[in-house]
Design a protein around this ligand. Structure first.
Ligand SMILES: *[C@@H]1O[C@H](CO)[C@@H](O)[C@H](O)[C@H]1NC(C)=O
Ligand SMILES: *[C@@H]1O[C@H](CO)[C@@H](O)[C@H](O)[C@H]1NC(C)=O
Ligand SMILES: *[C@@H]1O[C@H](CO)[C@@H](O)[C@H](O)[C@H]1NC(C)=O
Ligand SMILES: *[C@@H]1O[C@H](CO)[C@@H](O)[C@H](O)[C@H]1NC(C)=O
Ligand SMILES: *[C@@H]1O[C@H](CO)[C@@H](O)[C@H](O)[C@H]1NC(C)=O
Length: 488
């Protein structure tokens, strides 16, 4: 009985173990399946541009094909033994006039090259009847050469895309030879040897050179700025969060697109919401930045404690009648002039929490929630607090692409204020409305704009330039459509 039960117990344990591990796998998949903050799409047009630059590289690669020297001897009647050698075979010209690229859903890119040709030149030499020597040169041309290769596109272990040659086939169409010098009977002797040797050398070398050319793309792909430096506070992570998605019309990369404090990757209390790229294909590349990406910036700068600004009287235009001193503030709040006569004042505007950026079609809005603390500056420089306001502003943002950066300009829509604390007794906050609106418009927003003008790096590879760039604000994300050009 015991012996019978034993294996049964083992199998139950195996089942429960399997259930637990299946559950763990399921849970860990759920946890690691982060939604991207940024999506990048390469369209057919982008692929087409890739084909053009890829062909230049491939052409140079294929020009390094080596045709080995050939030598041997052959009995030819009635002459007898003829020794021959074919040496110094060089490629004069190599053309890839016809090629096309297509997408292989789930795998990568198909490259087909047809009607390629190679022109070669070499020297021949023969010796027969012991003493007769003859030599000359020859021209070879290979035509109707075709090459087909699939380029697999994957994600490497650093979160960057990588490519590999998945399968390759080359076929040589026609080979024709033209001899210079020598007797015509000699030509027939060489012809078949050359044809065979050439075909074998080409078949052997073409696919490995194609493979090398594809591998040589990887160092370029490795330049993707997976951790893009912004300034002394922030960096943006652009590593891929999942394998590239290859459909029949595009290659889509899902990037993390999240700002972090430098060296300190703390997650914000909000996470990216799923979004999809619209079906647009007039540009080579589309980069979509979600509201999450921009909001993570707000979280980072707020954490770094830099979303604050001291405002002093010298920052207010001299034409403005209201000055930052207790005398003019006394006209709104008489207690200030009485309690702190003849002093200059200072305001501290400070974010109360990270700003909230939201997108609606053609409309990007920032909700900023802050506090304004007013101080009187004592002759010994001590700051005496006068009052604290809560100030919430709704700001419109315009964003634009400048170089490889996205930058912005803000303008005030509206703001609301309430009194949080007063150290000088009750007063009517409304009396400060026009003064504070002016401060926000003329001092705070221009300061922020100076900063936003510096921009944030977009994901990029190598020495990439953007052309024909257009930007659209959609629901929950901003879409940048652009053509690219690589400079050497
Ligand atoms: C591409 O795929 C979509 C859906 O995945 C399909 O509707 C469409 O017909 C395909 N187009 C071509 C040209 O195969
Ligand atoms: C940001 O604003 C949007 C729309 O105004 C709102 O739906 C969202 O909950 C806000 N997010 C945060 C973190 O406050
Ligand atoms: C943009 O959206 C905000 C809030 O969602 C709204 O207050 C504002 O009027 C809108 N602006 C335009 C130009 O539609
Ligand atoms: C500065 O001056 C104020 C007002 O005269 C006084 O209350 C405060 O103690 C002084 N602080 C220091 C550090 O001397
Ligand atoms: C500003 O918004 C915060 C919450 O985001 C709220 O607690 C506060 O009352 C608001 N202040 C004003 C002046 O609307």
């Amino acid at each position: 009985m015991k012996a019978l039960l034993q294996p049964f117990k083992v199998s139950v344990d195996m089942v429960s173990l399997w259930c637990v591990s299946a559950l763990l796998i399921f849970l860990s998949l759920g946890a690691s399946g982060t939604n991207p903050g940024v999506k990048v799409r390469l369209t057919q047009q982008g692929l087409e541009y890739g084909r053009q630059i890829g062909l230049v590289t491939l052409q140079e690669k294929l020009k390094t094909i080596k045709i080995p020297d050939l030598s041997g001897s052959e009995k030819v009647s009635p002459i007898g033994k003829v020794s021959y050698s074919l040496t110094g075979i060089q490629i004069l010209n190599l053309g890839l006039p016809k090629s096309s690229v297509g997408l292989v859903p789930g795998t990568g890119v198909n490259l087909f090259i047809g009607d390629a040709f190679i022109n070669l030149h070499g020297n021949w030499r023969v010796k027969y009847l012991k003493i007769i020597k003859d030599s000359g040169s020859f021209d070879l041309s290979v035509s109707r050469l075709s090459i087909g290769v699939t380029i697999g596109v994957k994600e490497d272990d650093t979160g960057r895309p990588s490519v590999s040659s998945a399968n390759c086939a080359a076929s040589v169409g026609d080979v024709s030879i033209k001899f210079h010098g020598g007797a015509s009977w000699l030509y027939n002797l060489f012809k078949s040897y050359i044809d065979k040797a050439l075909r074998s050398a080409l078949q052997k070398q073409i696919c490995s050179l194609v493979g090398e050319a594809i591998d040589e793309m990887n160092p370029h792909l490795k330049t993707l700025n997976v951790l893009a430096h912004v300034d002394k506070y922030a960096e943006i992570e652009y590593s891929m969060v999942e394998s590239p998605l290859i459909s029949n019309s595009s290659i889509d990369l899902s990037l993390k697109g999240e700002f972090y404090n430098i060296g300190q990757h703390q997650e914000p209390p909000f996470s990216p919401t799923p979004f999809s790229l619209p079906a647009q294909d007039s540009n080579m590349l589309y980069i979509s930045l979600s509201a999450f990406t921009l909001n993570s910036a707000g979280f980072v700068y707020n954490n770094a404690g830099v979303l604050e600004l001291y405002i002093t009287d010298d920052m207010i235009p001299s034409s403005f009648p209201v000055r930052l001193n207790t005398k003019t503030f006394g006209t709104f709040i008489p207690q200030i002039a009485k309690q702190y006569p003849g002093l200059m004042m200072k305001l501290l505007v400070k974010a109360a929490k990270e700003p909230n950026i939201s997108f609606e079609p053609n409309n990007m809005t920032v909700q900023a929630s802050s506090t304004v603390t007013a101080y009187a500056i004592q002759p010994n420089a001590t700051l005496s607090p006068l009052f604290i306001l809560s100030l919430n502003a709704s700001v419109s943002a315009q964003i634009y692409v400048s170089g490889l950066k996205v930058a912005g300009v803000l303008s005030l829509n509206e703001m609301d204020m309430t009194l949080v604390t007063s150290y000088v007794g009750p007063f009517e906050v409304k009396s400060l409305d026009s003064f504070l609106t002016m401060i926000v418009k003329v001092v705070v927003i221009p300061k922020v704009n100076t900063y936003l003008k510096q921009g944030y790096p977009l994901p990029s590879i190598g020495k990439m330039n953007l052309l024909n760039t257009q930007l659209q604000i959609l629901k929950d994300n901003v879409l940048i459509g652009t053509d690219v050009q690589f400079s050497a």
